[in-house]
Ligand binder design. Structure first.
Ligand SMILES: Nc1ncnc2c1ncn2[C@@H]1O[C@H](COP(=O)(O)OP(=O)(O)OP(=O)(O)O)[C@@H](O)[C@H]1O
Length: 345
């Protein structure tokens, strides 16, 4: 459905995007995450046709819409957009807002499509209200209905839920996933929130400084980060130093660990090993001692920061019913499914 080939963008000679390539299959949901300023919004704007690439190609359904000497206007691309600031027309009622992209169609057909969409987004009967008479979540549903009305081939959503509070955001992102699935819409989201990306997406893209570092399933982005930045950015883990101590072996402050090593690292080479908060278990029978430096209550679980004798600090997510006080000692063991190791740069 969507193909980007080596897409690059410059603003006044400043590189903003560099050689971004990805494919998104029909009916799939993709999600781009990355720090502020890494180029996520610019990438959406290139796909929509509000920006022109400096190099590379954008294709929709196999047709080149930008690059390789071709240019298709934004209107002709049939790409819908939902923005962070909801931007409904305040002087139009909900039905007229949704029908905005349907002008030119017979009135009866427009009315039918509006009713259908109001039902789809869970707001039946609210077509006569004005935007100021709706909650933030309801307004965002109307914005979604408006974008879906002309049946776009691809829907782009730029931080659509960021203005909503956390609880509502979770609910509405689940609903939106449902709606997109039911309509078979191909969608590409931008979000800051990795939990949202994991909950919504079939494919997650992690961006940094204009590059797409990994485009993969949520599971692989989390468990098999392809890049040191991805490992660091996702999941609240830390990279601890280690040294290759044999084939598939690494010596660390937590003992010798076994697993896959990156290609080409020699015996004795310095490496970094990824430890996520759920890789470390507080266990009286554990072989290593650590001190509780900090703890943050997260409801069912407590997020501890533990410090080893060598000063290495590690995050540890543990059930909150055994609360360990700050300053006390605990015994720990590792519960690693697989090793993620990066050659030291
Ligand atoms: N019109 C412009 N002219 C010059 N530079 C721009 C312009 N628009 C964006 N940029 C720069 O391009 C880079 C990428 O911006 P972009 O908005 O795509 O990032 P982002 O990842 O969406 O950020 P955020 O998460 O904060 O919205 C930034 O360094 C920004 O300053």
């Amino acid at each position: 459905m969507l193909t980007l080939d080596d897409l690059s963008l410059r603003f006044q000679h400043q590189p903003v995007l560099e050689a971004v390539s990805l494919t998104l299959e029909e009916g799939r949901i993709g999600c781009l995450i990355g720090p502020s300023g890494c180029g996520k919004t610019s990438l959406l704007r290139l796909i929509a046709g509000f920006l022109t690439p400096s190099a590379g190609r954008v294709a929709l359904h196999g047709d080149t819409v930008a690059g390789a000497g071709r240019w298709v206007t934004p209107e002709a691309r049939r790409v819908g957009m939902v923005f962070q600031d909801i931007a409904l027309f305040p002087h139009l009622d909900v039905a007229a807002n949704i029908a905005f992209g349907l002008h030119g169609q017979p009135a009866a057909r427009q009315r039918q499509r509006v009713e259908e969409l109001l039902a789809l987004v869970g707001l039946p009967g609210l077509g006569g209200r004005y935007p100021h008479q709706l909650s933030g979540g309801q307004q965002q549903r109307v914005a979604l209905a408006r974008a879906l009305a002309p049946r776009p081939r691809l829907l782009l959503l730029d931080e659509p839920f960021s203005a909503l509070d956390a609880e509502l955001r979770e609910q509405i992102s689940r609903d939106v996933r449902h709606i997109l699935r039911r309509e078979g819409i191909t969608a590409l989201f931008v979000t800051h929130d990795q939990n949202e990306a994991f909950a919504l997406a079939d494919q997650v893209g992690v961006m940094s400084e204009g590059r797409l570092l990994q485009w993969d399933t949520p599971y692989r982005v989390y468990h098999r980060p392809a890049h040191r930045f991805v490992a660091d950015f996702i999941g609240g883990g830390v990279l601890i130093p280690g040294r290759v101590s044999g084939p598939r072996r690494v010596e660390t402050a937590l003992g010798e660990l076994g697993g896959d090593l990156p290609d080409g690292v020699a015996d004795g080479a310095p490496v970094d090993v990824l430890l996520r908060p759920d890789d470390l278990v507080i266990d009286d029978a554990g072989p290593r001692r650590a001190r509780v430096v900090e703890r943050v209550f997260r409801g069912a679980r407590m997020l501890y920061t533990l410090e080893l004798d060598n000063g290495q600090r590690l995050p540890c997510l543990a059930p909150s019913h055994h609360a360990h006080e700050e300053g006390t000692g605990v015994a720990v063991r590792l519960d690693l499914e697989h090793l993620v190791v990066f050659a030291r740069v």
